[in-house]
Design a protein around this ligand. Structure first.
Ligand SMILES: Nc1nc2c(c(=O)[nH]1)N[C@H]1C(S)=C(S)[C@@H](COP(=O)(O)OP(=O)(O)OC[C@H]3O[C@@H](n4cnc5c(=O)[nH]c(N)nc54)[C@H](O)[C@@H]3O)O[C@H]1N2
Ligand SMILES: Nc1nc2c(c(=O)[nH]1)N[C@H]1C(S)=C(S)[C@@H](COP(=O)(O)OP(=O)(O)OC[C@H]3O[C@@H](n4cnc5c(=O)[nH]c(N)nc54)[C@H](O)[C@@H]3O)O[C@H]1N2
Ligand SMILES: [Mo]
Length: 744
């Protein structure tokens, strides 16, 4: 189509201009306003039109025979017309509600699904399930469950309040920070993504500005590539950040550099922590030599870093990965304690922050008061949640007690699992254990555009549209762009929108009026957008009418960012007048609440407890597996097309040449990565930029085990462990995993 300008739409990796021809996506170009567009969009055309799209509603043959063995994914499916498949699903949902109650339905359905405000798969599912009497929900995220539970204890704020309202924004970091100490680095491969999409990626620019003004970035990480080139790389043994932080804290004590005035005015419990730090409580001083022996960072480095942190304006930045590990609560608490000892919390460019290199929203803060426009989810009368990553535990142990953040809870007895917009066979740990858990419910229903490993393990699969096959609007807090997301192509195969799927089920279950409120998708989108527009206008921000936005395709909102001032500025000036919502009103370096929980894993202040799997405790399996986010895509999305590219699968596994030589492995060799939990194939990539003892296998390959249960694609979650961070947060612990590898 000569002269075709294409049309812009929003995705999780940023806006993209899409060109179509004869009902197909031809190509996806960068959005011209974006200074650092993500290349992920290049895989869109092949993925959207891939043979692995679910073409028609499909029902697992074994399930029709009453066989629940779905977890291993070996079964065939029969395709059915929509009406028939919806009837079957509605009958099963109805039966389970009648016999077991809505408390037997698990609808947590964790996952990123797609950008777009109305067609958000989880939102649609949750609203539908609430309309029919509720469901068992999930709490927290795979991203940062431990931090989500700890930040309220330490600072009296939710993680979102902390990240968007209290920690330093990039503008002040660039202007004032001299030393940026980044645990897990600040990684622009991760800031390609943002849940609501973006018109202009910002983080890479902030980092360039910070480097250009001569700021020092110290990247504490097992691999060099976690920060831009100007950073100084300080390799650390995985899982030992807490020990290193204690060593830095001890140096501040030893050299008399602790800000006692700040501690006295703004914190409680330092004395308790100090007794532990100096060894009064356990006879072990957590000094630099002690920390060096654990973390692999030399004692002189620790001393020099502590001095630099105390004598320059210093920000401690935490990646989320460091808490996605056993006792992941501790590095965040230890870092908060170190920041308090430095006394720079509430000074421009100082203190502690998290998530700067995780998505492009880190360190941005929301635009002024822009709210509204989200699909209302209704109320959930069941009122039961599980910590998100305890899914397999829940399915395997109905009625069993478990501890969570000071509560004694009991796992519900789940008979029906409904997933829309997530891929647990991508995101959950110890997939072979999940396979067993997955056989427990009576029925598993999945809405999915592609035949993912999860779809292949469902009883009923409804083909869902991708965002390119439906109209929506897109916007992300903190991003000044607003997108009309046009329907660019027709639904592929017989795919339907999640909204249409749930409307069909709701009609069969007598809840159509409650679910749709008599509106179709178009009317809903206009209603949500108007809610957003009217609320924006009330706070002084003009946004175009929906029809105008539609005609323009996208628009830039003229909304000032919130003032750069952080909530800690006022708190620091007058802690009494600006009490935090902790029990003491101050930053809690000792928490009576946590101490009273009585967990061995945490006595009430930050502590180092060696994880059960780490390089300090290796025996048969000699390498620490890290499974970071993939650079070339978002999680497992669009994997169908990526996996087709020559040589792309199994996934590359990166390791130091010394480790490869010890195992007779050459660059590019086919290898098997294994431990007692499972095995997967990989392609060795030798690099000195990964420290010895560490193996890097990013997430995202679709799980495809061979006859022996060995994954052929390179999914690290056949190897990872399925235990909680601790009884406090019960978060996922993917980064606490030992493995080894051998040539195939
Ligand atoms: N080992 C290890 N595991 C990890 C992590 C790790 O660091 N290491 N990280 C964890 C983290 S932080 C996260 S957030 C998770 C991510 O895990 P997930 O969020 O589950 O991963 P995605 O691949 O984004 O899954 C989204 C699914 O929704 C589907 N989808 C997209 N749009 C739609 C739609 O409109 N409708 C429907 N019905 N479906 C749609 C996609 O095709 C895809 O299959 O992984 C976790 N797992
Ligand atoms: N391209 C792309 N970007 C993404 C995503 C994606 O799938 N693709 N996913 C998004 C999501 S859902 C999330 S939650 C964020 C996640 O953001 P993060 O959790 O911060 O990202 P990761 O890539 O898991 O980890 C970052 C780095 O931490 C280092 N690291 C691992 N363990 C340790 C440790 O024990 N100590 C130290 N010091 N460093 C360690 C690893 O070298 C790793 O490369 O990323 C988001 N961004
Ligand atoms: Mo995440």
């Amino acid at each position: 189509m000569a002269g075709d300008q294409g049309r812009v739409t929003s995705t999780h990796w940023g806006a993209t201009r899409i060109f179509t021809e004869d009902g197909r996506i031809l190509r996806a170009d960068p959005f011209e306003e974006d200074p650092d567009p993500s290349p992920i969009a290049r895989i869109l055309p092949n993925a959207v039109h891939h043979a692995d799209r679910v073409a028609r509603p499909s029902v697992r043959k074994g399930w029709l025979r009453g066989d629940r063995a779905r977890g291993a994914g070996r079964d065939d499916f029969v395709e059915m017309p929509w009406d028939e498949a919806l009837d079957i699903a509605a009958q099963e949902i109805g039966r389970i509600r009648r016999v077991h109650g809505n408390g037997a339905i698990f609808g947590g359905s964790y996952g990123w699904s797609s950008a777009g405000r109305f067609h958000h798969a989880q939102g649609q599912l949750h609203r539908f399930l609430n309309c029919i009497g509720g469901y068992v929900a999930q709490k927290g995220t795979y991203s940062l469950a431990a931090a989500e539970v700890m930040l309220p204890h330490i600072f009296g704020m939710t993680e979102i309040e902390y990240r968007h309202g209290a920690q330093e924004r990039w503008s002040r970091i660039v202007a004032h920070t001299q030393t940026l100490v980044a645990f897990g680095g600040i990684n622009t491969k991760n800031t390609q993504t943002i849940a609501g999409g973006t018109g202009a990626h910002r983080t890479a620019g902030h980092l360039r500005a910070f480097g250009a003004k001569g700021g020092t970035l110290i990247s504490i990480s097992p691999q060099r590539g976690d920060s831009p080139d100007f950073a100084r790389w300080l390799p650390i043994i995985p899982g030992t950040d807490t020990a290193l932080i204690l060593g830095l804290a001890h140096e501040l004590e030893r050299t008399g550099r602790v800000d006692r005035d700040f501690l006295a005015r703004c914190t409680v419990g330092y004395d308790r922590f100090r007794a532990y730090l100096l060894g009064a409580t356990d006879g072990v001083a957590k000094d630099a030599a002690w920390a060096a022996a654990i973390s692999g960072v030399a004692a002189e480095e620790i001393a020099a870093l502590a001095e630099r942190m105390a004598t320059t304006r210093t920000m401690i930045a935490l990646a989320w990965s460091v808490q996605r590990a056993e006792n992941g609560e501790q590095p965040y608490w230890a870092a908060a304690t170190l920041a308090a000892m430095l006394g720079q919390i509430g000074l421009p460019g100082g203190g502690l922050g998290e998530g700067y290199g995780t998505t492009d929203s880190g360190g941005t803060g929301p635009l002024r008061q822009l709210t509204g426009g989200a699909l209302p989810q209704g109320d959930n009368p069941v009122g039961v949640t599980i910590p998100v990553a305890r899914i397999a535990d829940m399915l395997l142990n109905p009625g069993m007690p478990y501890a969570y953040n000071g509560e004694e809870r009991t796992y519900p007895d789940i008979r029906l699992v409904y997933w829309a917009g997530g891929n647990p066979y991508h995101h959950h740990q110890d997939l072979r254990r999940l396979e067993k858990a997955w056989d427990r419910p009576d029925c598993v229903i999945v809405n999915e555009p592609w035949w993912t490993a999860t779809a292949r393990r469902a009883d009923i699969v409804f083909p869902a549209t991708t965002p390119f096959e439906r109209e929506d609007y897109g916007r992300e807090n903190g991003d000044p762009y607003l997108f009309h997301m046009p329907r660019l192509i027709d639904p592929q195969g017989e795919a339907r929108d999640d909204f249409a799927i749930f409307s069909g089920l709701a009609a069969r279950l007598g809840a159509e009026a409650a679910f749709t409120e008599g509106l179709g998708a178009g009317a809903w989108i206009a209603r949500l957008y108007d809610d957003f527009r009217i609320k924006s206008a009330a706070s002084g921000v003009e946004v175009p009418e929906y029809e105008e936005l539609k005609a323009r395709n996208w628009s830039r909102i003229d909304a000032a960012p919130q003032p750069a001032e952080s909530a800690f500025d006022a708190f620091r000036r007058d802690p009494e007048a600006h009490r935090l919502r902790t029990p003491s009103g101050r930053i809690e370096l000792f928490s009576g609440t946590i101490a009273a929980m009585g967990y061995a894993a945490c006595p009430g202040h930050a502590v180092w407890i060696a994880p059960t799997e780490w390089l300090g405790a290796r025996d048969r399996f000699r390498l620490h597996l890290l499974s970071p986010q993939p650079a070339d895509k978002l999680h497992s999305q669009l994997e169908a097309a990526l996996a087709d590219e020559p040589g792309a699968r199994p996934m590359p596994v990166a390791l130091h040449p010394e480790e490869a030589a010890a195992r007779d492995i050459e660059d590019g060799a086919l290898v098997e990565v294994f431990n007692d939990r499972g095995a997967c194939l990989g392609r060795a990539r030798l690099t000195p930029d990964v420290m010895p003892g560490v193996l890097i296998l990013p997430t995202g390959a679709w799980y495809r085990p061979d006859g022996q249960g060995r994954d052929t694609q390179g999914n690290p979650n056949v190897l990872t462990r399925d235990i909680g961070t601790s009884p406090i947060a019960q978060g996922p612990t993917a980064q606490t995993t030992l493995v080894d590898l051998r040539p195939v």
